[in-house]
Design a protein around this ligand. Sequence first.
Ligand SMILES: [Zn+2]
Length: 357
Amino acid sequence: MRLRYWASLMVLLWLSCLPALVLAAPLDTVAKITGARWTRSVDATTGLIKVRLEVETTKPAEVESFITKLPNWRLIVTLKGTNIDKWTPGLSPDSVVVTQLSAVQSEQNARLVLDFPDEVKAGQYKVSTLAADSKAKRPNRVVIELERIVPVGNLKFLPGLKGKIVAIDPGHGGTDPGALGVRGSYEKKLNLDLSLLAKAKLEKAGAKVMMTRISDIDVAGAKSTDREELSARAQVGNRNNADVFISVHHNSSVNREATGTTTYFYAKTIFDGELARSLQNAMVRSGGLLDKGARTANFFVVKNTVMPAALLEVGFMSNPQEEQILNDPAFQDKIAQAIVDGLEQFFLQAAKMRGEQ
Ligand SMILES: [Zn+2]
């Protein structure tokens, strides 16, 4: 009786331990991603942009990485035996270097995918690991470093808006209505209304504003080609020696759910990205729409202007709720002010960038 009691107790104990043991083993051996963050730096002398992603793990991770060209240039980094617990890095800090980042769990492994705007050569990226540092209270890390050079040009900026020449291009106009809103608004009108509001505020702040149009017209004439039309707009900036060029647009998508603010730029100089980011941040901060980031694009007017240029897509006219917001005078006033604030921030930042020389 006594022996049997002990025996059954042992079996019970063994049984109760078993699931814990079975669970404990893999949990204990699996590393977890507990966070990730970006840093970015620009060297104004060389135009070298460096972007670094640090991914924190609970254990040292075994890492494999490779570059693929399909569907576009991307770096795939696999953290073996790692679970994604917390993923916190947010949008890419510089779309000239990396356009997008995603993390997916693939069985036992965590896989990080970084998309690039174009070809990436060996030497432009590096993947390494850092061991935990208890003194500095830093966990184990996987470090992805990326870099790219963008020409600096001969541009120089001082802080402040006083005396600055700002070219504003209200997109479309005349025979070209641009996007049509689901509730019936015209993009060409929204673009012009917002541009005129921004013009008044910028002039109040001491800037000189050159407009590509101040009424509902085709800038190069009704019979011009698309290229002539866009070229005429870029020339307004180029001929007037504008310090910056801002093209104002409103977005549209076949997907009615699409929402948010985007700013596009073409990295002709290191300042184009700064300009786009400053305007994007200011618009998102005061307008409150979804932040779709500052992104690179080949759009004619941002590419063919000699000064830093940005193309704003304030929000989606194809989204019924957003179209209503875009038509709200209070919202338009906020975005016009955001253009002023964003430019103020840009000139301050640009002056600092040159000051680092
Ligand atoms: Zn447009």
